[in-house]
Design a binder for this molecule. Structure first.
Ligand code: HEM
Length: 288
């Protein structure tokens, strides 16, 4: 498994950080994690019996009082994808997903069941989404960091299917709009990020593809029922078993992240909020 060492020698210095374990909880803990969960970071984690360690009431008593308890992160034991998922789920609203905790502020954060989509708005959403997927797929093809190449031909790619869908709309007599500001801004951001900040880029990569396979499909179904006479778009069809394709990508993401320091992992998790912001702007087009 290739690491996130950049191809360019010049860039490599950026990622040769010393692997010093973090001694303070991540900055975002208070923002993303409710108090109940933040507290979990404070207790000594896994109560695995360690030979030679005295145990009191099921709790391991550390041999030295100076020894700091190791911090744990929600989902950490299952792999880094579970950590990314945990942070992402908290950023949903309750209307969007059961695990969501965010307050509804924007129209696209309300339950999809109450959306009032328009074909013109949906077309803008599809065009901007295509620009974002074109960009992601170009980034992994070019692989400025060798690890990106792991994410070529995953079967999750959406660019070609969106191309076919836009062609279908054209045949139905719709004019296909040019990409608009939310898509153009996000594509530009992703391109720049991919060259200088691989951990943050991977956060967007995960959120974009996985969000589409979850909430994205719910949206597709709802919009098709409301305004497309139930026409099922290629955007929501995958060749092969979607859950297997997702699992393959989870495995690769977990492997890539195994080589990251705790700081790099936290940096990746912190980017989730931006991913929601950019994608939220694109989703909002459906309601325009
Ligand atoms: C209308 C907007 C949205 C709705 C209705 C929605 C809904 C959902 C639902 C129902 C799930 C599945 C929860 C489960 O596994 O039980 C989910 C998962 C997820 N969503 Fe969203 N979501 C929306 C927007 C977003 C956005 C903007 C992002 C980030 C860009 C995002 C990222 C994710 C991720 C990463 C998962 C986890 C997928 C997995 O574990 O496979 N979602 N969402």
């Amino acid at each position: 498994m290739s690491s996130l060492t950049p191809v360019s020698q010049f860039q490599s210095s950026l990622f040769n950080k010393p692997r010093v374990p973090s001694s303070s909880p991540p900055q975002f803990a208070s923002v993303f994690f409710p108090k109940r969960l933040s507290l979990q970071f404070q207790v000594s984690p896994p109560l695995l019996p360690v030979s030679g360690m005295p145990m009191k009431g099921g709790v391991i008593v550390s041999a030295t009082t100076a020894e700091k308890p190791q911090k744990r992160y929600p989902g950490e034991s299952k792999g880094f994808v579970e950590e990314m998922r945990f942070v992402a789920m908290k950023l949903h609203t309750k209307d969007q997903a059961k695990e969501g905790e965010k307050e509804v502020k924007e129209p696209q954060e309300r339950t999809v069941a109450k959306w009032d989509p328009t074909v013109d708005g949906y077309l803008k959403f599809l065009v901007d989404s295509k620009l974002v997927y074109d960009t992601l797929e170009k980034i992994v093809q070019e692989a400025a960091y060798p690890a990106y190449a792991e994410f070529r031909n995953t079967g999750l790619e959406r660019s070609a299917s969106l191309e076919k869908d836009l062609e279908w709309f054209k045949e139905q007599g719709y004019a296909i709009p040019e990409p608009s500001s939310p898509g153009v801004t996000y594509a530009q951001y992703l391109t720049e990020l991919s060259q200088k900040d691989p951990q943050a880029f991977i956060c967007h990569f995960y959120n974009i593809y996985f969000a589409h396979s979850a909430g994205g499909r719910m949206i597709g179904k709802k919009v098709a029922e409301n305004i497309l006479n139930k026409k099922e778009l290629n955007f929501y069809k995958w060749d092969g078993d979607l859950s297997q394709l997702l699992q393959n990508v989870r495995d690769k993401l977990n492997k890539v992240a195994e080589e990251w320091t705790r700081e790099e992992k936290n940096h990746c998790l912190e980017e989730t909020e931006k991913s929601f912001k950019f994608s939220g702007e694109i989703l909002r087009l459906i309601l325009s």
